[in-house]
Design a protein around this ligand. Structure first.
Ligand SMILES: Nc1ncnc2c1ncn2[C@@H]1O[C@H](COP(=O)(O)OP(=O)(O)OP(=O)(O)O)[C@@H](O)[C@H]1O
Ligand SMILES: [Mg+2]
Length: 223
């Protein structure tokens, strides 16, 4: 199987005053193409810390990380920026759509950054996820659930190999959560590796693999 992320011996500590607080300790992890993996764990156990490291938002750690077969220590900042833009999509609990742009324009934003706006691609995504009816609406004209789904399509716009979602359903009711989980499954079925953190056990069980974060480590739950 194609490995999208391979991690061995990952440790991460935060400095607080004169103290070092170890959040991740010698942790191993991998995710393959098309796999949907969820992580659950108590608040403060290091889930977001872990996602931020994989998503190249934090490079203060020790251990080995390979993304898409490349060792991160071999890449310079510019190479990492391109990797982040083209190969990694990020979705957070609270959406961050730009209010003065339409749904379609928001989805096209990551392509705009690369100088590659093609509305037809954004529209195609909207159609695939049954959201074409809201393409021309502004964020204030759509529901919270729709906003979250649009943020997800925006994360998928550049066809990332890896989609990282930090509590994507944290803010949603059951119905909208189900729609977001369907979207994540659809993305995984399309070949994207999907890594989701959630507090919702039921949501977590929709993934192919369920991991628990605790004591600085990840352990796999047998399904
Ligand atoms: N920038 C920081 N500086 C110092 N400590 C931090 C920092 N960010 C997080 N921490 C600490 O690291 C630990 C892990 O935080 P993290 O945000 O990864 O937890 P989490 O599992 O995502 O929690 P939640 O479920 O509440 O989102 C917590 O004890 C937190 O207080
Ligand atoms: Mg968190």
């Amino acid at each position: 199987m194609d490995k999208i992320v391979e991690i061995s011996g990952l440790s991460k500590a935060y400095t607080q005053g004169h103290e070092q607080i170890l959040v991740l300790e010698e942790l191993d992890f991998s995710i393959s193409k098309g796999e949907f993996v969820s992580i659950v764990g108590p608040s403060g156990s290091g889930k977001s810390t872990f996602l931020n490291i994989i998503g190249l938002l934090d490079d203060t750690y020790s251990g080995g990380i390979k993304l898409f077969g490349k060792r991160l220590e071999d890449l310079d900042e510019a190479e990492k920026a391109v990797l982040r833009l083209k190969n990694i999509g990020f979705v957070f609990q609270f959406d961050s759509l730009l209010p003065e742009f339409t749904v379609l324009e928001n989805i096209e934003m990551p392509a705009r950054v690369l100088g590659e706006v093609q509305n037809v691609k954004g529209l195609d995504l909207l159609r695939r996820f049954d959201l074409e009816a809201i393409a021309g609406k502004f964020p204030m004209e759509i529901s919270g659930g729709e906003k979250q789904r649009v943020a997800m399509l925006r994360a998928l716009r550049n066809g990332p190999a890896l989609l990282i979602a930090d509590e994507p359903t944290g803010n949603l009711d059951r119905h909208n959560s189900a729609a977001v989980l369907d979207d994540l499954r659809r993305a995984a079925d399309g070949g994207t590796a999907v890594l989701m953190v959630t507090h919702n056990e039921e949501a977590a069980r929709r993934a192919d693999r369920l991991l628990r974060m605790g004591g600085g480590r990840l352990s796999e739950e047998k399904k």
